[in-house]
Design a protein. Structure first.
Length: 569
């Protein structure tokens, strides 16, 4: 497949610097023209929108170049990993629309091979067992401006190192008492090359290997070996691994094994969001959010629950592309990509979030008629549906003003408006309770205006949505805003942390909302447009007789307006 042919979004992918490198490798016949990538998550948390960028990059490149992409779990730290995360990651990658066929791998599949290679380095005099504690190791390492100093255990004999390493494996020593280190150069300008730790002792049960091992490989030792074993051609990593590349190269060269090409790119940073797993975990544990799938979270589970489509996320990843320098993407661009997809795919329905009762005094008592409504004007193949109309309706309270300003064109005393798909109505009387609150409007309808057009040609300036009171379903609606008040949540006064920027109004729950009866059969994760109000998603909390909807995004597209303004300047 050509690198510039359409991908699974049926739109061409621009040739960023990574794709250009791969295209040049293919032209030169490097690796026999093969392209083989991988997505290597650690199963110690849930995937977020930043991971989506890497997923789409690795799987997308494989698809575009007619290659393969593996899903591989870097499960080298049993103290932080769990099968729960493995299952969730598999589900999330599939939800995004990618398939690894039969290529599901785990670092733990290679533990024996990694151990054997470590023994080989010991025999070559390239690795040794060190008794320094973690704190002593840090002290011996030196700084960016000062060289480190050799461990007093660096010159142990090969025989002693082999014996100690095997005894480490056999569980004879307590956690943290010994490590296996590579013997490189304690004065190397790259701190990663100063005798890095390859193995640590950790008596912990692994989610796949159980208690078979009590020593576990460090990420820097394992990562390049995994790529080598799987025959990866292009090992695509984020920028923080650029300084680790010389170490990966050193390990592979010392062992004389297959050597992939590593390419680094900038990770995704998004306004109003934190991406650190540690900080996301804190948000969950300290109850700033309702869980990993809270719709305010940047996790793929949270985005899915909010109503994001996999197509919108994939398109967002395509639009932002990849580059070599860190930058922050405006959240409005993600919402723009979402609106573009939902506008084409979401059925339209009518819902009233803040109901105001309307009685049509001249409409026949007990009569119900069915009006034809368009399901999606962007997709005529979606057809139409029947919505019931009767004497008593609900409209949005904001669609009425008793004393309207000059440019308010919706319903007011003596004014006529159009009901969506229905009739023209005119407000004749306002009913208030003893406290002076408006509780009901009494209106008349013009039976000659079914469909919203007047035979005499008179015009109205506003069309409002509504639901029939006799047929409406009760619903709970959750309105979400950014979780943080600042574009950069890390912008805090000295002595404080990102949680001071939590938005106290990031969730508003509305009860007593009214929705049209077609939503009786809605299912969790259904994506809809509530006409004039925004895009919404049916929440998994929905049960028989209890409808719950999350607002996905408003109809207003700030990014589109910014782009249009830029085009005209």
């Amino acid at each position: 497949m050509s690198p510039i042919e359409p991908n699974n979004n049926n739109q061409p992918q621009r040739m960023d610097f990574i794709r250009q490198i791969i295209a040049e490798d293919c032209e030169k016949g490097t690796w026999g023209g093969r392209v083989h990538t991988r997505f290597p998550p650690e199963p110690n948390g849930y995937l977020h929108i930043g991971h989506a960028k890497s997923i789409c990059l690795n799987f997308g490149i494989a698809q575009e170049f007619g290659g393969k992409c593996n899903l591989r779990f870097d499960d080298t730290n049993p103290s932080k990993e769990d099968q729960e995360y493995v299952d969730a990651i598999i589900e999330d990658v599939r939800w995004l629309g990618w398939d690894w066929e039969d290529r599901l791998y785990f670092a733990s599949d290679y533990f024996q091979q990694m151990y054997d290679w470590a023994v080989e380095l010991i025999k070559k005099g390239k690795a040794y067992v060190c008794d320094l504690s973690a704190e002593e190791t840090r002290q011996y390492r030196g700084t960016l401006t000062e060289p480190g100093k050799n461990s007093p255990y660096r010159d142990r004999s090969v025989e002693e190192n082999l014996d100690l390493f095997e005894r480490m494996k056999n569980g004879e020593f307590p956690d943290g008492s010994r490590t296996l280190k590579a013997k490189i150069d304690m004065s190397h300008p790259n701190l990663n090359m100063r005798d890095p730790v390859m193995y640590r002792i950790l008596h912990a049960t692994h989610h796949r290997t159980g208690d078979k091992w009590c020593i576990y490989p460090m990420y820097d030792w394992a990562h390049g070996l995994e790529d080598s074993i799987e025959g990866i051609t292009h090992s695509i990593c984020t920028l923080e691994f650029e300084n680790h590349r010389p170490l990966y190269d050193w390990f592979l060269d010392q062992l004389g094994i297959y050597h992939p090409r590593q390419i680094e790119f900038a990770r995704l940073n998004l306004t109003y969001t934190v991406m650190s797993k540690r900080k996301l975990l804190r948000l969950v544990k300290e109850n700033f959010v309702r869980g990993w799938d809270d719709p305010r979270m940047p996790t793929l589970r949270g985005l899915r629950r909010r109503g994001y489509s996999p197509e919108a996320i994939r398109n967002f990843c395509k639009v932002i592309g990849v580059n070599k320098f860190n930058s922050t993407v405006d959240y409005a661009l993600l919402e723009h990509c979402l609106r573009e997809d939902l506008n084409k795919t979401s059925p339209r329905v009518m819902a009233v979030l803040n109901p105001l009762k309307v009685v049509l005094t001249n409409y026949p008592d007990g009569q119900t008629e069915l009006l034809e409504a368009i399901n999606n004007p962007e997709d005529l193949s979606a057809g139409t549906r029947q919505v019931p109309f009767s004497k008593v309706l609900y409209i949005e309270r904001d669609d009425f003003m008793e004393n309207p300003p000059k440019k308010f064109y919706r319903l007011a005393p003596g004014r006529e408006v159009r009901l969506r798909y229905g009739y023209l109505i005119k407000c004749q009387e306002v009913i208030k309770d003893s406290a002076g609150n408006i509780v009901e409007l009494r209106c008349t309808y013009d039976p000659a205006t079914r469909g919203g057009e007047a035979p005499d040609g008179r015009k109205v300036k506003a069309t409002i949505h509504w639901v029939s009171a006799a047929h409406a379903l009760d619903a709970e609606v959750r309105l979400y805003e950014h979780l943080f008040t600042k574009e950069d949540p890390e912008d805090v006064p000295e002595g404080q942390d990102f949680t001071v920027n939590i938005n106290p109004d990031s969730l508003k729950i509305l009860t007593g909302c009214k929705v049209e009866p077609s939503l009786k059969t809605t299912k969790p994760f259904d994506r809809l447009q509530f006409e004039r109000l925004g895009y919404f998603c049916t929440d998994p909390d929905t049960r028989d007789g209890h409808l719950v909807f999350n607002r996905t995004v408003t109809l207003k597209d700030t990014w589109s307006k910014i782009q249009q303004k830029g085009d005209t300047e």
